[in-house]
Design a protein around this ligand. Structure first.
Ligand SMILES: NC(=O)c1ccc[n+]([C@@H]2O[C@H](COP(=O)([O-])OP(=O)(O)OC[C@H]3O[C@@H](n4cnc5c(N)ncnc54)[C@H](O)[C@@H]3O)[C@@H](O)[C@H]2O)c1
Ligand SMILES: O=C(O)C(=O)C[C@]1(C(=O)O)C=C[C@@H](O)C=C1
Length: 302
């Protein structure tokens, strides 16, 4: 049996439109409704036939939903939830796809008192955004992490887990605070580093005019893909997951200083040992089949 019969997606960008496409592909009998605060996005969503119905207000979009998924930037979750609070059916389950969990859960609980909320984070994406960037296979063989509160009805959590399994994801459940610390190191810090290195290179004006662009086929090019990620989304992630990101950044800065010292004092063994360890990490990720298929997809569409 399908976990949900009437699904509403609020926010029709990369992730919302990918969910819509994946629902169409894997659960074609589900009645799918979409809403986006941006009228141009709604127009595009209608033109590309993203859902059975694209509503003109958040309230109209959720009125008969049994699952509502918020796919807006993490800083907009509270406002987006408040925009349909009055019309949300009492038995509906609310979920989201935000990249940080603890403060999003707090914002949703405040905006929707008494609602059943099962926060989720599909750990899959690309540097693109908007309704035309989505694709149905984005979540296939990728993790989706659920962070229900301790008192959430386990049946509601299981229905959301089954929804994500049907979209092709592998589902894991964890505490929201733990999620935020793990993702700070595996996702948020790498983006911060990419934004920094590309920013530094572009500040070196003379170099940028010629050589950086000309010779960016290697490592730098990989950083530019990540650094092309959506500015609104990532501003919100860093402001929302502030404490965990600052903690990881402190540790990273210490390790970077140690590397700086090793280079200054010619400690080749230290460099060699670290690079050997990091190569093993990459190999074990690839062996587990968790290498970056989505990023490769993004690259192949450049
Ligand atoms: N991009 C990724 O790689 C990725 C991966 C996993 C999770 N996420 C999370 O998914 C969410 C959406 O990211 P995205 O990449 O799809 O962004 P996106 O910019 O492609 O789409 C976001 C959409 O939300 C709409 N929106 C903003 N405020 C709204 C509101 N109050 N009501 C209704 N619509 C509103 C915008 O108009 C936009 O169309 C974010 O919370 C992000 O952290 C992103
Ligand atoms: O592959 C990418 O482009 C991504 O940035 C995807 C990525 C990640 O860091 O892994 C980005 C943010 C998310 O919340 C989940 C996935």
């Amino acid at each position: 049996m399908l976990p949900f019969a009437r699904v509403t997606v609020v926010g029709l960008g990369l992730i919302g439109s990918s969910i819509a496409r994946a629902v169409r592909a894997s659960m074609p009998t589900v009645r799918l409704t979409g809403y986006d605060a941006d009228a141009e996005v709604r127009e595009t969503a209608r033109r590309i036939d993203l859902a059975d119905d694209i509503a003109d207000s958040a309230g109209a979009a959720v009125i008969d939903a049994d699952l509502v998924i918020l796919c807006v930037p993490v800083g907009a979750m509270g406002t987006a939830a408040a925009s349909f609070a009055e019309e949300l059916p009492a038995e509906a389950i609310v979920s989201d796809v935000g990249s940080c969990k603890a403060s999003v859960a707090a914002a949703l609980t405040e905006a929707l008192p008494g609602a059943t909320i099962v926060p989720a984070h599909p750990v899959a994406g690309t540097e693109q955004s908007g309704p035309e960037a989505g694709f149905a296979t984005l979540f296939r063989h990728r993790w989706c992490i659920l962070t229900p509160a301790a008192d959430t009805d386990p049946l509601a959590t299981e229905r959301v887990a089954e929804f994500w399994r049907r979209l092709g994801a592998d589902v894991e459940t964890m505490d929201a605070e733990h999620h935020d610390r793990v993702l700070a190191i595996t996702s948020h810090l790498p983006h911060l580093i990419a934004y920094t290195i590309v920013g530094t290179a572009s500040d070196l004006e003379e170099v940028t005019k010629g050589e950086v662009i000309k010779y960016s086929a290697g490592g730098f090019r990989d950083f530019t893909r990540i650094a092309a990620s959506d500015p609104t989304m990532w501003r919100d992630v860093f402001l929302t997951n502030r404490e965990a990101v600052l903690e990881m950044l402190q540790r990273f800065s210490e390790d970077l200083s140690a590397l700086q010292r090793a280079i200054r004092w010619g400690k080749g063994d230290e460099l060699f040992d670290l690079f050997t360890r990091t190569r093993a990490v990459r190999r074990s990720i690839v062996e587990q089949g968790q290498d970056d298929a989505a990023a490769d997809f993004g690259r192949s569409h450049e």
